[in-house]
Design a protein around this ligand. Structure first.
Ligand code: PLP
Length: 469
């Protein structure tokens, strides 16, 4: 029997409408002449079930509307990262529409209120809902809860890109005239923001080698440092910072420790239990995992995330709900993808290390890596990215890139497809040889992001390409 649809205006009026006639009319004039949208609720055999589609029922904290009883997952710290990638944030507390298994995409820019009293209740925290798309969205909230569970964070904010998360964090947490400490090897645009834009607010930076804790100590003594900010592992040389030691130095000085954990993922590294106050991800990479969406996240101490959120509400780097859904869907397989990418990268790094046409391999899983011991102590896997140097110049290196058939030549990393790029050409071409040398970007460097293709296929292709140069 075809389902009937119940027209719900949240005042619990219960008139049944036929599916076709009622579905085609979604609005009616509300008292006072305004147009009010009327959600539809599916009935089974004409018996009214939950009012699952109302604005109230889409509030994340309305436990009565959820569709299962496994709400404890991710809350008591007993579940593995693999289980949290699939279920974290999604069971117990998320909105449910028509008993859907997946989290619904709540594609709206604004939210409605029944009357002024309901709006006042909302403002005073007595009615759980949302107000306006820049301030929150139920689908985005589920993604925030998933990342929060995986990183063991107190709070999480998801925004439109990794760069947006980093820039919003810096603008929110560093005062005018403040000072930060950061590391030499990092994503180019982050460095650009720190060196080009922050000085406009008289914010200065000490840039240290990732392992130079003496330089960190000196900076902490000489400046009122607001925060330490580094990737770990870094882009592209995969340097790792000793998070517990850095926390031990920064903590007494009230300097927050912020780690961009994009290359690690929460599967390989949980920076918060290690001592980080905040963890940033370019969710565009491993979290999304399918090279089809841009997103960023920042999670950690709730007081700091609240500061960042306030700035985010002003700057407006809001993620679209559909983009948030794509990251949520990608994250279901995060654990299995990363496990495979770890294993593939480790094996390929070893084989490249033994290859006569490769002069150096940068991979934290190799004992030759300067931060291998740090990585071993604080990571459970070394990640899917390998950087390596071809025994040759810019053009011999380019010849290798042009000879591979399986990987795409593209920026980015962390997706299911293997990607290959020459940082000199992709990210630093406009900088010229002298500037590149100054920041340590070598012309013979290749960044290789292992996808989920079988390792032997990736290696066979790389080996045939190496034979051609
Ligand atoms: N952090 C790291 C380590 C990155 O590699 C990138 C981009 O490559 C970013 C942040 C910026 O992320 P997005 O491209 O999502 O803005």
């Amino acid at each position: 029997m075809a389902p009937l649809y119940l027209k719900s205006d949240m005042l619990a009026r219960t008139r049944a409408y036929s599916p076709l006639s009622s579905r085609s009319v979604h609005t009616k004039p509300a008292p006072g002449g305004r147009t009010r949208s009327i959600p539809f609720v599916r009935l089974t055999n004409s018996i009214p079930r939950l009012f699952l589609c109302s604005a109230a029922s889409l509030s994340h904290n309305d436990q009565a509307q959820t569709n299962n009883n496994n709400g404890d997952i991710g809350k008591d710290g007993t579940h593995s990262a693999g289980t949290l990638s699939v279920h974290g944030g999604e069971l117990g507390g998320r909105p449910s529409v028509h008993d859907s298994l997946t989290t619904p995409i709540v594609q709206t820019a604004t939210y409605t209120f029944e009357n002024t009293q309901q709006l006042i209740d909302y403002q005073e925290g007595n009615y759980g809902s949302y107000e306006y798309g820049r301030y929150g969205n139920p689908t985005v909230k589920v993604l925030e809860d998933k990342i929060k569970a995986l990183e063991m964070a107190e709070d999480c904010l998801v925004s439109s890109s990794g760069m947006n998360a980093a820039c919003t964090m810096l603008l929110a947490l560093v005062p005018k005239g403040g000072h930060i400490v950061t590391t030499t090897d990092c994503y180019r645009r982050t460095r650009q923001f720190i060196q080009t834009f922050l000085p406009k607010m008289d914010i200065t930076a000490t840039v240290i080698d990732p392992s130079d804790l003496g330089a960190l100590e000196q900076a902490l003594e000489e400046h009122d440092v607001s925060l330490f900010f580094s990737e770990s592992p870094t882009n592209p040389y995969l340097r790792c910072v000793d998070i517990p030691k850095i926390k031990a130095m920064c903590g007494p000085k009230n300097a927050a420790v912020v780690i961009d954990s994009t290359f690690a993922t929460p599967i390989n590294q949980q920076a918060i239990p290690l001592g980080a106050d905040l963890v940033i991800h370019s969710a565009t990479k491993y979290l999304g995992g399918h090279q089809d969406v841009l997103a960023g996240s920042i999670c950690g101490r709730s007081d700091l995330v609240a500061e960042v959120r306030r700035m985010h509400h002003i700057l407006g780097g809001t993620i679209d709900p559909h983009a948030a859904y794509l990251v949520l869907r990608g994250m279901k397989t995060l654990d299995v993808r990363v496990e495979r990418q770890n294993a593939t990268a480790m094996e390929i790094a070893k084989r490249l290390q033994d290859h006569p046409k490769i002069s150096w391999v940068h991979y934290p899983g190799l004992e030759t890596h300067p931060d291998h011991e740090i990585a071993k102590a604080q990571m459970t896997g070394y990640g899917g990215v390998i950087s390596f140097e071809v025994d040759g110049d810019l053009w011999r290196t380019a010849a290798l890139i042009d000879a591979v058939r399986l990987p795409y030549i593209a920026p980015s990393l962390g997706g299911v497809e293997t990607l290959i790029e020459q940082p000199t050409v992709v990210s630093y071409w406009d900088q010229g040889p002298e500037k590149r040398a100054e920041i340590g970007i070598k012309d013979n460097l290749i960044r290789f992001s292992c996808g989920v293709e079988p390792m032997e296929d990736i290696w066979a292709d790389l080996a045939q390409a190496l034979d051609t140069i």
